[in-house]
Structures are given as C-alpha cells and as structure tokens.
Design a protein around this ligand. Structure first.
Ligand SMILES: *[C@@H]1O[C@H](CO)[C@@H](O)[C@H](O)[C@H]1NC(C)=O
Ligand SMILES: *[C@@H]1O[C@H](CO)[C@@H](O)[C@H](O)[C@H]1NC(C)=O
Ligand SMILES: *[C@@H]1O[C@H](CO)[C@@H](O)[C@H](O)[C@H]1NC(C)=O
Ligand SMILES: *[C@@H]1O[C@H](CO)[C@@H](O)[C@H](O)[C@H]1NC(C)=O
Ligand SMILES: *[C@@H]1O[C@H](CO)[C@@H](O)[C@H](O)[C@H]1NC(C)=O
Ligand SMILES: *[C@@H]1O[C@H](CO)[C@@H](O)[C@H](O)[C@H]1NC(C)=O
Length: 362
C-alpha cells in the first residue's frame, strides 16, 4: 500500500482512495455481524478457489468446497456444515460442485449465515436428494411424521441458497396415508432462495416459520406442496403441479388475525398436470394471495377449499389480483375468496410484505 505514495498523480490518489475503501470494507465485514442478505452472499469466485489451494486461504475467505471426487474439503454437504463452528458470526459459503448428493442434511439453529452455492446454470445437476416419508420409522420405531421427513432441514437464520436442487424422491400415491415427504424445510428466520429447485410430490416445501424470499425458483409437487406458517414472497417462480387428479398448491397455516404471516405469489407461472386448488385453509386465518400470475388451465374452477371447516370461510384471506391464463377465470370461484383491487393487493406485491428493507439488500 505504501509503494508509490510519493507519486502525486491524480491516478495514484484515486487508486489509493479505492484501496483504502476496499480494506475498510473487508475489515468491517470481518468484525461485525452482517444482519442482511445481499447478492454477494450467494456468489463464489471460482477462479479464486482454484488459485487458493491452501486451507489457510479457504478459511480466510470462508468458502468450503464440496465435491464427490474427494479432492475438495468434503465429499458430503453435511460434512461441510459440520466444519462450520457453532455460533459463527460470519457468512460461510458452502460451494457445492455438480453431482447428486444422496444424504439427509440438517443445518442446526446454532449455524447462522450459511450459503449453499451451486455452479451457475447447473441447478438441475447439483442435487441434494433423500427419500424419507412421514410413515417411515426412526431408529426407535417412532414414525418420522411430516416435519422429520425432510431431505434438507434449515433451522438457522440468514440462510441463502442458489443453483441447487432440493429433492425428496418419494412419489405419493393418491389416497395412501403417510406419504408426506418434504424436500426442503426452512424454519430459520430471514432466508433467500434464488434459482433453486424444490422437487417432491406431497408436502414438498415446508415453509415453516420466519420471513423468506423465493426468487426465480421452481417448486414442484402435487398436494399441499407449499405449506407452513411463514411470511413468504414467491416472486417470478415456476410452480409446477404433478397431480394426477386433484391436488393443491398452498396450505398456509395462520391461527390468529394478528399474525403477519402469509404466502404471496407475485408474477409466478403455474402449470403442470391435474386439477389443483390454489390453496387450502390450514388454520382459521390462512392467507394466500396470487398477483399478476399466469395460471395454465389446471386450476379447479372453485379455486380454494376450506379444508372441510365452513367456519373458516369467514376468516381466511384467499385472493387473486390480475392473474391471467386459462386457469384464471374466476367465474367458478368459491364466493368467499376475493378478487382483490390494487389497494387490497398492494401490501402483498413486493418485498415490503416480508419486511425486505430490514434484511435484504438486493
Ligand atoms: C481451516 O478450517 C478447517 C475446518 O474448520 C480446520 O480443520 C483447519 O484447521 C483450518 N485451517 C487453518 C490453517 O486454520
Ligand atoms: C453457542 O451459543 C449458545 C447460546 O448462547 C451456548 O449455549 C453454546 O454453548 C454456544 N456454543 C459454543 C460452542 O460456543
Ligand atoms: C430414541 O429415544 C432416545 C431415548 O428416549 C432418545 O434420546 C433419542 O433421541 C431417540 N432417537 C431418535 C432418532 O429420535
Ligand atoms: C411449465 O413451464 C416451464 C417454463 O416455462 C416449462 O419449461 C415446462 O415445460 C412447463 N410444464 C408444462 C407441463 O407445461
Ligand atoms: C378456529 O375456529 C373454530 C370455530 O370458530 C374454533 O372452534 C377453533 O377453536 C379455532 N381454532 C383455533 C386454533 O383458534
Ligand atoms: C369464464 O368461465 C365462465 C363459466 O365457465 C364462462 O361462461 C366465461 O365465458 C369464461 N370467461 C372467459 C373470459 O373465458
């Protein structure tokens, strides 16, 4: 940094200013917990990884590389997570090279600020896959239940992921009990998923608790395949139904009119097979809103169901705002669902719904 300081050209001054700015920035990064998610958190400089073969460098940049060929830091995703210290206060990026990782993965509550990053454009070839279902037994002979069926479970805050597929391989047979099989369970607060794919059939995505942002992602399933109690925005997503006959997309759980939770789908495309409901009322105050979405002709004309509890018709908020496509004709909708006007839709239309200004810097 001191080299060339005697040179007084304007160029050098500019370079010096830029340098000190960069140093200042990285120091700030190291010392303080960064309580927001930005694009940097899902970027890994591959060139830099190749150059820095030593573990020293990798530790400093906090990138842990996962590869099936045994030449990186870990051959499993869980192995990489296990290398992260408990109560870590800095972003750690787990860079996952293409491959199918057949393992059940858990990020515990005590490991916040983790990123799962796949190779750009390799989302479909970078797969974390397992195949437990609700009726399967654990080592004590107790049924797993839906929540513990998850292939990947994220319990920590400030998680983000990109270019990864989360998969549960169980294929639900209609009418058979115990077939709930979660691919991804997210229950940490403040999480972002960008260009990820979540694949399963019944109960694919357990969007359990917290505020979450799903952007340009692909979620596939048949029955209640996005469910939970979160406050989540699904923007520019592809929601693909594999239902054979009937099915449902959103099963949002909300038990009180004062809960700020709900599922908001904005500018999403819904296609696939079957005849599916947009949502089912899991809980008296269930909320699900679709705005500016495209629906293929696979939506049950009724649109929504009260989960066999007519009292819920008065307290749920199920709405559509300016959706289009063959499935968007609202003529046959249940009378208790709402065709929203702009003012009513406004709180659900952007990242304000998930308090994004507080924790997303995109
Ligand atoms: C780098 O991190 C790994 C995993 O936590 C650890 O085993 C290793 O000792 C670290 N290396 C250095 C030089 O700190
Ligand atoms: C992490 O933090 C929790 C809660 O403060 C504490 O109980 C635990 O001992 C900490 N773990 C380590 C390894 O420091
Ligand atoms: C099995 O039961 C024991 C004793 O109750 C408990 O400590 C353990 O966590 C259980 N194992 C599983 C997989 O639930
Ligand atoms: C749904 O849309 C996606 C993206 O446009 C497309 O690739 C896919 O083939 C469609 N699926 C069906 C069943 O139409
Ligand atoms: C839902 O509403 C019904 C009918 O008003 C009531 O009996 C039930 O206790 C409510 N459930 C919850 C979890 O509040
Ligand atoms: C909507 O559906 C109703 C009832 O099936 C039909 O009469 C009407 O023409 C449809 N509207 C459009 C715009 O397709």
């Amino acid at each position: 940094m001191d080299n060339g300081c005697c040179c007084c050209s304007l160029v050098m001054v500019v370079v010096a200013v830029l340098c000190s700015f960069r140093v200042g920035f990285s120091v700030t990064n190291d010392v303080h917990v960064k309580n927001f998610i930005s694009w940097d958190d899902i970027k890994v400089d591959e060139h830099q990884i190749k150059l820095s073969d030593s573990r020293v460098n990798r530790n400093r940049t906090r990138v842990i590389v996962v590869s099936k060929n045994g030449e990186a830091d870990s051959v499993t995703v869980q192995g990489a997570i296990d290398m992260v210290p408990e109560n870590n206060t800095r972003r750690v990026k787990i860079f996952i090279l293409p491959g199918t990782y057949r393992e059940k993965v858990t990020v515990s509550k005590s490991k916040p600020y983790l990123s799962f990053v796949g190779n750009a454009g390799q989302m479909s070839n970078t797969v974390i896959s397992w195949g437990d279902k609700a009726s399967d037994k654990d080592s004590n002979g107790t049924s797993l239940g839906t929540y513990r069926s998850a292939s990947v479970t994220i319990l920590s805050d400030y998680f983000c992921a990109t270019d990864i597929t989360f998969e549960n391989t169980v294929i639900q047979t209609p009418g058979e009990p115990g077939m709930q099989a979660v691919a991804l369970r997210i229950s940490g607060d403040k999480a972002m998923f960008y260009k990820v794919k979540v694949v399963g059939t019944q109960d694919t995505l357990l969007d359990e608790t917290g505020s979450h942002y799903f952007y340009q992602s692909h979620i596939q399933g048949s029955v209640d395949f996005i469910f939970g109690k979160s406050r989540s925005l699904y923007q520019d997503c592809l929601i693909e139904s594999t239902a054979v006959r009937s099915g449902a997309i959103a099963a949002h759980r909300r038990d009180s009119p004062t809960d700020d939770t709900g599922f908001s789908f904005v500018n999403c495309k819904i296609n696939g097979t079957g005849r599916i409901y947009l949502g089912r009322a899991w809980g008296n105050y269930s909320r699900a809103i679709y705005s500016n979405c495209y629906f293929d002709n696979i939506i049950n004309p009724a649109g929504w169901t009260d989960w066999n509890d007519p009292s819920r018709q008065k307290t749920t908020l199920f709405g559509e705002y300016q959706c289009r496509g063959g499935g968007a004709n609202t003529t046959g909708r249940v009378p208790w669902s709402k065709k929203l006007n702009f003012e009513e839709a406004k709180p659900f239309l952007d990242k304000k719904f998930i308090d994004g200004a507080q924790w997303l810097r995109l």
